[in-house]
Design a protein. Sequence first.
Length: 646
Amino acid sequence: MASIFDPIKIGNVEIKNRIMMAATMSNFANLDGSVSDQLVAYLKNIAAGEVGVIVTGHAFIDDIASKGYKHMLGCHRSGLGLDKLAKAVKEYDCTCIVQLNHIGPKADPAFTKGPPRGPIDTVSHFRKKPVDVQMLTVEEIKELVKAYGAAAARVEAAGFDGVEIHSAHNYLLSSFISPVYNTRDDEYGGDLEGRLRFTLEVLESVKQNVSEDFITGVRWNGRELIPGGLSLEEGVKIGQIFEKAGMDYLNVSQTSTVRKASIPTTFDDAGEFTYIPAKVKEKVSLPVVGVGGLHTPELIKKALDDNRMDIVAICRGLIADPHLVKKIKENRAAEQQLCIRCDLCLERTWAGLGLMCSVNSMMGKEASRDLSPLPESKRKKIIVVGGGVAGMEAAIKATRKGHEVTLYEMRGRLGGQVLAASVIKDLDTFKALVNSYEARLKSLDVSIKLNHKITAEEINQLQPDSVIIATGAEEKIADIPGASQSHVTTGTAVLSGKIDVTGEVAVIGATMIGCQVALHLARNGCRVKLIGKTPESDFGSGLMMDNVQITLIDRMAENGVKLYPETELTEIKENAIVVKISEGGQEVFETDTVVFTEEFVPVITITPDMMNENINTFQVGDCTKPKNIFSAIQQGANAAFELSKD
Ligand SMILES: Cc1cc2nc3c(=O)[nH]c(=O)nc-3n(C[C@H](O)[C@H](O)[C@H](O)COP(=O)(O)O)c2cc1C
Ligand code: SF4
């Protein structure tokens, strides 16, 4: 049984601990695939956080059809600055492996010469619009086999420790392995042996082009969670075949359609896929890597204690907190910025945008923002009004820049709307986020005044250099007949436990918040109707990402929430509501409680014009315009950096 800080050998290289940064495409490379300063700064920061191994995001291997994203890293020729990246990471005693990939049928034709390529002629639906895919000829396969080998040689020459061949997640090699996507009838299709032939030739070519001490690993789907997809048995067998092919480590992932996320969202169980590497581990002796939601010290420990894997790969957990391993090592795990599994990072990179994160405001800005404290002469006195995530983020970043910060919160606890939402079962990560903010504020010794609704007069008397107003937003009960009755309330009031809700409940507003409140109440035994003005396809949208939204809709269905799209509330009676449905008809539903979640309005207690002229004032977060956690945290951080400029 291994523990997180036990070293482990991969091939002939000793890795200092059991944490791998799973391959994470950042979209930080230059347009030509070369290494940018931001890519270097980002991976350097991950290495500084003390992970044992970094696997870079997938890198394309030729200049024909292997590139899939605008700012994807390239290994298709020399002179791309790969050596700068290797040098930066290796300064931190961190093993660094480049993931080689051909994007195959998931390509955007904008980046390929000719159509995207795949095992068969088909139309692929991985992009927003359908894409025509052209079947690779045997000659083209042979060329690609050589291209992988040449790319691996360039990676070794640049000073990296190894390469990982990406044959997971429906990209080219993965789609050759899959019985669903590969229906060829030549030697590269058919049974498992045929479908694996291309990948095995690639692995052989790579091994022939690198030295013995250079790590070669492979990532594949231990299981395809799609009808007719690879079974777990086949996935395990593939692992055994890769071991025989001379790999140094086996990285087991999984894939699916979006409806059943292979990357666990906040509505899935974190760590639910550890049974897959565990099965592989039973049959091989190489180091086995597993992945999927293993973001907390407890889940990491359990995966290792239960011998489910030898190395724990983490992607989003390290995007959210690149210094997670260092914090665990220094007994500061309470300060972990836990990933809330919202998948904003994924949506951004799929859309060709640079990696950013809902909870880590520094992500994507490593090269342009400096967190080191300002000289004494530039330090300021700052007041932050409001202890939601925007205010807490502003307070932390301003304190780190060396300013003297006091944070005022009118309630008895920090956290605002995020704390309120954290009672929802699926949003336990929100609770962790608030706890983490509190722990970080404490460790920075920020002065916090709870139960203190500070006024403009007080602020003017205290004479700060800057004020950051982060007073948040609150839910509004719509102005319709019957809305002032005692059984009419808001989602926040329900979640905070101020009101005991039972029986027939109508939740008004089908935004992500409305859906979550509806799910929460249904799980608590209420019979819930969710009334939304939008079409059903827009239920749960607006704040979270496609696959998170889809999973949320699935969970509501499982818990019996009845959806009423394109429906408008017109009147609230004592025991019923009256709604107008899109076709112009009217219906009356028996209702014990009506819960409004539709509209948030800014809480305005202090405005910039109330401040003395010499006070520099910023407004951040929902008090400017109610949006989401990402924008609140970004705005909080932005204000702290902005006021540090002069
Ligand atoms: C933004 C983002 C980029 C990713 N890029 C890659 C990639 O380049 N190659 C790869 O094999 N997997 C990639 N993945 C999948 C992750 O490596 C990992 O398998 C998945 O996110 C589940 O792990 P997690 O729960 O720790 O995030 C990416 C995931 C995310 C969220
Ligand atoms: S954007 Fe969301 S899912 Fe991605 S790392 Fe950050 S918190 Fe996690």
